[in-house]
Design a protein around this ligand. Structure first.
Ligand SMILES: [Zn+2]
Length: 181
C-alpha cells in the first residue's frame, strides 16, 4: 500500500513485538488491500493531506490463521474487540484497515481518545471522553474515510470496513506468498 503514495506511513505492529500478543505474527511489515479498497484509501489520504494530515496504517489484510491466533489469545470478556474465526474477519478479505492519522509537518502520530488495540471503552468511536482535540482528530479521520465508502467498526475508532467486503472471500494466504502472483 505504501507503493500507492510514499506519504502513507506504515506502523505494522503485528510485524513487531509491539502488539497485544507481545510477539510478531507477520513475517514482514507490509499492508495489503483489495485494489478498490486501496484506491479509496488513497483518495482519503489525499483529502487529509489538504488538511495537514497523512494516514498511518497499523494493519490491513490479515490471513485467517492470524485471526484464530488473536481469538485464542484474548480473554472471553474481551472478545468484542477481536473477530470470531468461525465467521472470519473483514481483514481476512482484504477489505478492512486499522489506521490513524499523523501530522504532516512533525511526522508524529496524532492523539486520539485511546490508543490502537486498547481493549477499553476509550476505543468506541462514540466514546465521549478524552480531550476536545482528540475527539476532533477522530472525527476528521472518520469523516474522510466515510466519504470514500468505509464504515467505522462499532467498538474500534481505528477499524474501517470497505463497503464491498462481501464480494471478497476469506483468505488464508501468508504475506510471503503475496506479490508473486
Ligand atoms: Zn481491525
Amino acid at each position: 500500500m505504501a507503493t500507492l503514495d510514499p506519504r502513507i506511513k506504515l506502523d505494522i505492529r503485528y510485524a513487531t513485538s509491539d502488539n497485544f500478543l507481545s510477539t510478531p505474527v507477520y513475517s514482514s511489515a507490509r499492508a495489503f488491500l483489495q485494489r478498490p479498497a486501496a484506491e479509496a484509501l488513497l483518495r482519503a489520504h489525499r483529502e487529509l493531506m489538504k488538511q495537514g494530515y497523512g494516514l498511518l496504517i497499523f494493519d490491513a489484510y490479515r490471513p485467517w490463521y492470524v485471526t484464530k491466533v488473536f481469538w485464542d489469545a484474548t480473554p472471553p470478556d474481551k472478545h468484542e474487540f477481536v473477530a470470531n474465526p468461525a465467521e472470519g474477519s473483514r481483514h481476512n478479505r482484504g477489505c478492512a484497515v486499522d489506521l490513524s492519522l499523523y501530522d504532516l509537518k512533525s511526522g508524529r502520530e496524532v492523539e486520539m481518545t485511546g490508543v490502537y488495540d486498547e481493549m477499553s471503552e476509550r476505543s468506541y468511536p462514540d466514546y465521549a471522553g478524552g480531550t476536545a482535540e482528540q475527539r476532533a482528530h477522530r472525527k476528521v479521520l472518520r469523516h474522510e474515510m466515510e466519504k470514500q465508502g468505509f464504515t467505522v467498526y462499532t467498538t474500534e475508532w481505528w477499524h474501517f470496513d470497505y463497503k464491498d467486503w462481501k464480494q471478497y472471500a476469506i483468505q488464508n494466504v501468508p504475506f510471503e506468498k503475496i506479490g508473486n502472483r
